[in-house]
Design a protein around this ligand. Structure first.
Ligand code: AMP
Length: 401
């Protein structure tokens, strides 16, 4: 099946051909015609499924028709949980809309207000924003949502996890009732379902099966770790593998990310940290260094790493195991991008043993337990010593007889 059967304009098809997209992904196949037909949608899809194009492409097509209301203010609004994801969506949008004379603005926290004000003073067609910063702009009267025709909530589950419920409700209440709303989320159950009921009308559900979608080109391993020192030695050994082009290392806390980065730099790796306490400028600089291949190892926390799309990352290390199987999927989805193969390695403490089974059940893929020769966990070393001892004794017994 090709994009041309989905009802998209020739100019968009040309841009897709230029980007080398040969055929739509399952979520694009299901969502694009429905969005073009004007339906509200609830879409459950995973990271890396091509969901951005699933809402941006039909959105762009809609913007090519005359506006319902004259005046200024965005006609399409995309809300994302993090700055990185917002910037990612903006970048993707620029790729899809090249030559179409549409203006976008990205309103995210951690960036200077002044520049954003100057950006939205122009007549922007699309605003991509994190809820907190958009709410700030609305409170200052710098953004008017009266012209919004298409509202997209991307990774809605994450926005709720991050405590943006109040901002979301406030933003939605200022958008026109007669709008089209698309909600994307890893899950549509629980609180996301309640949000969906409040913000959409007669929505169609698009559920893309997780198992079919979970990527097959990521080899997944788990390693038992005794303590921090053991984790440090195993990480060092993994990063020295020649096949590793660039690596992304996840820690549970910002402090660990900062400390581990210093440790890796001390060992001679070009490493950088990415976490929520950093100034946006610094985060952007770090990400650019990764993209340009000037940095080999990025140490990040879950939230900071959302939306990272660096194709040369072929190793993801969960230095601290993720709390949930969903987080695991998001983390490992940072490798195996753009059809390349990737490896994901998870360090497990004794309390994390159950996690492997949960992950296997959630993804439908096996996570094999392995060891690095010479860096086996203590329990295994004791076992090995005991068996060597036994062999030695048997050997001596044999020699004496
Ligand atoms: P997303 O799930 O939106 O983050 O997209 C994941 C990656 O897939 C991005 O790098 C996109 O550029 C890429 N992508 C999206 N749709 C297609 C497609 N139909 N063909 C090839 N690559 C795609």
């Amino acid at each position: 099946m090709s994009f041309s059967t989905l009802g998209l304009d020739a100019s968009l098809l040309e841009n897709l051909a230029r980007l080398g997209y040969a055929e739509p992904t399952p979520v694009q196949r299901a969502a694009i015609p429905a969005v073009l037909a004007g339906a509200d949608l609830l879409v459950s899809s995973q990271t890396g499924s091509g969901k951005t194009a699933a809402f941006v492409l039909p959105g762009l097509q809609r913007l090519r028709t005359p506006a319902k209301l004259a005046g200024k203010g965005p006609r399409m609004l995309v809300l994302t949980p993090t700055r990185e994801l917002a910037m990612q969506v903006q970048k993707a949008t620029h790729g899809y809309c090249s030559g179409l004379k549409l203006l976008t603005a990205c309103l995210v926290g951690g960036m200077p207000f002044g520049r954003q004000l100057a950006e939205i003073r122009k007549s922007v067609d699309i605003v991509i924003a994190t809820p907190g910063r958009l709410k700030d702009h609305m409170d200052r009267g710098s953004v008017d949502l009266a012209r919004v025709e298409l509202l997209v909530l991307d990774e809605a589950d994450r926005m709720l996890d991050m405590g943006f419920q109040e901002e979301l409700d406030s933003i939605v209440s200022r958008a026109p009732k007669a709008r089209q709303t698309l909600l994307f989320s890893a899950t549509l159950a629980g609180v996301v379902g309640h949000l969906a009921a409040r913000v959409t009308r007669d929505a169609q559900r698009v559920e893309i099966a997780k198992k079919a979608e979970a990527k097959l080109d990521i080899t997944q391993h788990a390693l038992m770790a005794d303590d921090e020192a053991h984790k440090g030695r195993m990480l060092d050994s993994l990063l020295r593998e020649v096949e590793v082009e660039q690596a992304l290392v996840f820690t549970a806390m910002k402090r660990t990310a900062a400390e581990l980065t210093l440790e890796l730099q001390g060992k001679g790796f070009t490493a950088g940290a990415l976490h929520g306490d950093m100034h946006q400028k610094e985060r952007t600089r770090t990400l650019n260094q990764m993209r340009q291949g000037r940095m080999r190892v990025l140490v990040a926390t879950d939230v900071a790493a959302r939306g990272i799309d660096v194709p040369a990352i072929n190793l993801v290390v969960n230095y601290d195991a993720p709390r949930l199987a969903e987080d695991y999927v998001h983390r490992i989805g940072r490798t195996g991008r753009a059809g390349r193969a990737g490896v994901a390695v998870t360090f497990l403490g004794h309390a994390d043993r159950n996690l492997v089974r949960q992950i296997e059940r959630f993804t439908g893929h096996r996570v094999s337990l392995m060891e690095i020769p010479g860096l086996e966990p203590r329990a295994r070393q004791r076992e090995q010593r005991r068996s060597e001892h036994r062999e030695h004794r048997e050997h001596r017994k044999g020699a004496a007889q």
